[in-house]
Structure formats: C-alpha cells, structure tokens
Design a binder for this molecule. Structure first.
Ligand code: ADP
Ligand code: MG
Length: 352
C-alpha cells in the first residue's frame, strides 16, 4: 500500500483556482505585454505605445487608439471568459482576431493591479454624441474603484505590482535587463508583423523602439535596426491559390546571425513559434549557412482559418496546421530557390 496523504476531494475556492489559471497565461512580464498588444491590434489600433518600468514589475502600460471599450462592458472585461471576439465554439474556425479566450485580462487582474481607461469610438448611429471615457481598477481580481475621466479615443491599460501575490513567479523573474530584452524582442516581432501600425516602446523612459507605421516592411526593419537592409532582403510572395499564401522577407547570407531571435514567424497575423515552419526554413537554408548561424527572416503564412487550430496552447504561440506537410515543403523550396539566386557578399552584418 503506498504511503500518501490525501485530502478529500473538494472544489477549490474560486480565488485559488483563478490564481493557478493565471499562471498558465502569464509566465513573465513579457506575457503581459504580449496580451495587451494583441488586444490593441484586435481593436484595430494604428498607434500602440508601450511603457515599461523596472523590467515590467513596476509598471507596464499599453495605450492604443483602437475602438475602445464601451462603458457598459468595462466593468466585466476582467472577468474570466468574457470576450467580444467569440460566441460559439465553431467561431474558432473563422477566427480573425488574436484573442478568443477572454482570459488574459482576467489573469492579469488576478496577479497584479490593473487600471483600464477607455473611450469607445462612436458608432455611425451615434455620430455627434461623444462617448464618455471611463476607468476601472482591479487588484487581486477585485474592483478597487471606477469613475469617469476625459481622454482621447482608445484604451490605456496600466499594470503595476505584477506577481505581488505569486511569490514563486516573482523569484523566477530575472533582472530588469533580461525582462526588458524579452520585451524588446516581442515588440520588434509585432512591428515587423504589422508594418502599418506605429509602435513605440519606452523602457524606463528611454525610447527603445519607434516605428513609423509606414506600411513598408523594409522601412520598418531599417527603423528597428538602424541599418538599411533593403539590398540584403528578398521578398517572397507565393501561394497555391487554395491552402496557403506565404509572404515575407528573407535576409541573404550576410545577414546570418548567431541567434534565432531574428526569425519571426506569423500565421494568420499571429506571432507563433511553429516547430513546423522553423524546421522547414532551417532545411531551406541548410546548405547555405554555416552551422550555428541563423537567418534574418520574416515569414507570414496565411491559411484558411478552418485549416489552423489555434486552441492548443494557453499563450497561443503554438498552432496546428492541417496541411502541414504541404506547407513545410513549400517553405523549404521557396527559400532554397530564392537563396540560390542571391549574391554572395563577403562581409557579415552584425545587428545591435
Ligand atoms: P480576449 O482578447 O480573448 O477577448 P481579453 O481578456 O484579452 O480576452 O480581453 C477581454 C475583452 O476586453 C476583449 O474581448 C475586448 O472586448 C476587450 N478589450 C481588451 N483590451 C482592449 C483594447 N485595447 N481595446 C478594445 N477592447 C479591448
Ligand atoms: Mg486578448
């Protein structure tokens, strides 16, 4: 007979269950930034400002000029499973937004203090009537206060005291420099994935990233790395007219780096860490790059929404592709074809 101590089966108090669930979605400060930026993109924002202090533990603030949250919804956005993006399970098959679970804000509000200020845009019927601006504050999942306060259209979410009630997470969080590094990488990825959105990132009041939202990926890359890369990049745009369209930019051999952080993959507008795409592109580059070197590359794959399953990972960074083999082959062949024709330039470019 095994020795064990077993407590009787019982339901967890909601506050405990919430805190445990929150940990799945929010691993470290950059997870908060990711969820807030995705919400801003889902709200159609053209201008997204991110402010971070103390590596994200002291403050994370994301402001957008998106469609805002109507006053009647604001009180409920931090409740678990409240979303404006999905109603039926089948909606997952035609998803056009990055969010769908209605869990991010609830999770963040459970393990931090969150203030949301928002002013919704007027609908066509409401033209001429200004929507009032409201704010709400939560801490540990409980409302602390709310009121009205004038502001421009859009939303600002401020998160302070992250992990104040999750000591294990707090001790897992690294030095501000490390956490800032993750945040910079994330914002670079979204900036290249959404070149027509203006991004600004301030770390402890210093501007780390500023893009113009010009719509051009080459311009965005120049703005991010402060070197003109246009001549070293090749554009891809291939499609089988049915299952996939693959667009992006490949850096040629001179842009090879010792880190994978310059590889950015998007599937249907969602930044992913797809093993399948990663393998396919390494295969494509294999004969061209020395071992341990990785390309600069931005690939955006578009597939019909019902051919991708986004619901397999709490942080939504992994997805399943229905036409996996076909897409893998297309990526490898496209890369090979393009690179074979690219000129060899002797000097390597090192990124900041
Ligand atoms: P999800 O994104 O999965 O719906 P979230 O918890 O991230 O869940 O957000 C809950 C809801 O709050 C969203 O569905 C949306 O209606 C609203 N929301 C959150 N952030 C914003 C924003 N920046 N602009 C407009 N609405 C927002
Ligand atoms: Mg969301």
């Amino acid at each position: 007979r095994p020795e064990f101590v077993r407590t009787a089966l019982h339901e967890l108090p909601p506050a405990v269950a919430e805190r445990i669930a929150a940990g799945e979605v929010i691993e470290r400060p950059v997870s908060v930034v990711k969820e807030l930026v995705e919400n801003a993109l889902d709200a159609g924002a053209q201008d997204i400002r991110v402010e971070v202090r103390g590596g994200g533990l002291r403050l994370i603030r994301v402001s957008d000029d998106g469609y805002g949250i109507p006053a009647e919804d604001l009180a409920a956005v931090c409740e678990r499973h409240t979303t404006s993006k999905l109603t039926a399970f089948e909606d997952l098959e035609r998803l056009h937004t990055l969010g769908f679970r209605g869990e991010a804000l609830a999770s963040i509000a459970t393990i931090a203090e969150v203030t949301i200020q928002s002013r919704a845009w007027e609908t066509e019927q409401e033209e001429g009537e200004e929507q009032p601006a409201y704010w709400y504050t939560w801490r540990g999942g409980l409302v602390q206060g709310h009121g009205r306060k004038a502001r421009p259209h859009g939303t600002t979410v401020t998160v302070t005291d992250l992990f104040y009630n999750v000591p294990a997470r707090l001790s897992y969080t690294r030095a501000a420099r490390t956490e800032n590094g993750h945040i910079v990488q994330l914002l670079r990825r979204y900036a290249v994935g959404y070149p027509s959105v203006r991004f600004n990132l301030a770390l402890d009041e210093h501007t780390a990233i500023q893009t113009s939202g010009s719509g051009s990926l080459a311009t965005t890359l120049t703005e991010l790395y402060h070197i003109s890369l246009e001549e070293m990049l090749q554009e891809i745009d291939v499609s089988d007219g049915e299952h996939y369209r693959l667009r992006g930019y490949l850096g040629n051999r001179v842009l090879a780096q010792g880190s994978r952080q310059y590889i950015t993959l998007f599937i249907n507008g969602r930044w992913v860490q797809s093993r399948v795409l990663q393998d396919a592109l390494e295969e494509g580059y294999r004969s061209l790059l020395p071992k341990g070197k990785h390309p600069l590359l931005v690939l955006a794959l578009e597939v019909p929404p019902d051919e991708v399953d986004v619901n397999i990972h709490p942080a939504k960074t992994e997805v399943h592709l229905l036409q996996e083999a076909k897409i893998k082959e297309a990526v490898t062949q496209t890369i090979k074809g393009l690179l074979e024709r690219s000129p060899v330039v002797p000097e390597a470019v090192q990124f900041p």
